[in-house]
Design a protein around this ligand. Structure first.
Ligand SMILES: [Zn+2]
Length: 193
């Protein structure tokens, strides 16, 4: 797994948080969230009064635990804000679901996630009620998003196989892999985790 940009941290963390919510039957505590952030290769630099700071060479993450809510802000270590993201996980009383959203910083003002499919988990049955396409990234000649076959199955059910899970652009499939005509990312189905 490569974590060279905020999105490359947010996707695998969202996927692990989803597992944690299902296993714990509730939102994980800040210690567990910290462990998840470290698991994907970010180092904990600082922790005080509930706030924790993490980084690797390319990405800085700030964990801000709030009551009944997990907030993680991601920015490039270069300080560049254009690809900054916020990940929020919370219990939504109205729909009685846990929700994990990844919101690009430039969409925060709309208070709506325009691109990335949120994870929505029924708070009673812990079944999934959305079609998130989350995976791990690999940086080579092209940036690849590797998803497992379970994720692919859900994605196919959603009927949105032609929509890029990262930018919402148009995907072209060729056998087992797809390329986004807008952001250039390659999506591959891989069992390797
Ligand atoms: Zn794209």
């Amino acid at each position: 797994m490569d974590v060279n940009e905020p999105i490359m941290a947010a996707f695998p963390i969202a996927k692990r948080l989803w597992n944690a919510i299902v296993n714990k039957k509730g939102l994980p505590d800040p210690e567990e969230v910290s462990r998840i952030i470290e698991e994907i290769g970010l180092r904990n630099l600082y922790k005080d009064e509930g706030i924790a700071l993490f980084r690797n060479r390319y990405v800085v993450a700030l964990l801000i635990p709030r009551k009944n809510m997990i907030v993680i802000d991601f920015i490039s270590a270069s300080g560049e804000l254009s690809d900054a993201l916020e990940l929020v996980a919370y219990y939504d009383k109205e729909i009685e679901c846990y929700v994990i959203e990844i919101i690009p910083a430039n969409e925060l003002e709309y208070e709506e996630n325009l691109g990335i499919e949120p994870v929505i988990i029924d708070a009673k049955t812990f079944e999934l009620k959305s079609y998130p396409v989350l995976g791990e990234f690999e940086v080579g000649r092209k940036v690849k998003l590797k998803i497992d076959s379970y994720t692919f199955k859900l994605w196919r059910e959603s009927g949105k196989l032609n929509v890029c899970p990262v930018c919402g652009g148009e995907l072209r499939w060729k056998k087992e892999k797809a390329v986004c005509l807008d952001c250039g990312i390659e999506v591959i189905i891989s069992e390797e985790r």
